[in-house]
Ligand binder design. Sequence first.
Ligand code: SAM
Ligand code: SF4
Ligand code: F3S
Length: 438
Amino acid sequence: MSQSRKVFIQTYGCQMNVSDTEIVTSILQENGYKMSAQIDEADILIFNTCSVRQHAEDRVLGRINNEMTRKTENPLLKIGVIGCMAQRLGTRLREKNRAIDFVVGTDQYRKLPEIIAQLYHNSCFRENIQINDKEVYEGFYPCHQGRFTAFVTIMRGCNNFCSYCIVPYTRGRERSRRPQEILSEIRKLGRSGYKDITLLGQNVNSYYHDNVDFPSLLKMIDKIDSIYRIRFITSHPKDLSDSLISTMASCGKVCEHIHLGMQSGDDEILRRMNRGYSGDQFLQLTRKLRKAIPDIAITTDVIAGFPGESEEQFQRTLDLMREVEFDYAFTFKFSPRSGTRAAELDGQLPEEICLARLQRLINLQEDITLKKYQYQIGKTKEIFVEHFSKKSEREVSGKSRDFKITVFPGSSDLLGKLVKVKITAASGWTLKGSAILG
Ligand code: SAM
Ligand code: SF4
Ligand code: F3S
């Protein structure tokens, strides 16, 4: 019966969730389900959700409310929630919306075909949110969505317990995939035309399996002929070793980009965030990176309005951002997550202070990003072309090694290729240029 059933999956949240959707797709397809990009055609709707901030959860609940009416038109339609919000809320999700038929947590995707099949025998609500600290979905080749770029999850979970963060609770303890599995997946990707590979983990630099650490893994992947580029996200400053920096510098395929969450520039706030480094240590790390890899782009995450953050402490965050000059920063307003330590701390700040500080982070970073991008004008950069530009089929779009989106005139024969491009303009966080042919 499952052969005729079509599944529509909507993914929210980080790259980890995108990668999980690719695993879930593979699990469901192996069990006879068909994927559909058209929600109207689907028999089963799955929402792969994020819990990182309250806003992320509200968006999903709003969306499910909107889609609920589909059940009146099609009483056999099933609605499921998977991902971090499923893991965090379990049956409480059903209390929020009676249209939800199943809730499956981040370590139980193997059970999805069985759970969905059961629903067609007996339509009572199903939940499975057991954490399995060993699950890495070995044996499944994810159904990668793009054509030329691919995410490869190398580890799952997180042991860091930053005091504001829900992820260690929604994804369980850290566990790494076997190096041989990772290498064989990447070889297969390379043979299928995927040339730009991003390794994923909440803290990739603590990857460890069978005496293979992250720098050793990078060196192994660097030898795979069929791929052009290797990226990885996310690195934790406290685990960014000299060995990783020198490996990044020496491996030709490892791109000149690192995403390194700063979160705050104030030592006391960093301590209360449980980040394991001071503002100065963070600054020294970025200097070390730039010394070893001169053109490296550094991007970051920053939180405004952590509990108890004074104006002076916030100023130190702005100061450190000015000092480091990130190429880009993802900025967030602190969102208390129930069950985390920061949600219980004294000194929760009013919304308007958090919002005003967030805006100041955004304004500062916009100026820095513009300056950094304008600095690229006149340079020749190697762009890996991923797709047509959003605005025109006469332009193509890709990324430089230092993670800058670059748009230039070109046609379909450039897709999936490395092209030298002379940069002529910069706007927002996009570069424009023209191909140097020959
Ligand atoms: N593991 C990654 C790291 O440590 O860099 C980040 C993972 S988290 C999904 C992405 C970002 O969300 C964090 O770096 C942090 O800036 C932000 N974040 C996490 N919890 C938050 C919260 N409760 N409120 C606001 N921002 C939060
Ligand atoms: Fe969250 Fe910290 Fe783990 Fe990143 S390292 S996922 S911010 S607990
Ligand atoms: Fe990612 Fe959101 Fe979960 S950021 S790990 S999908 S809480």
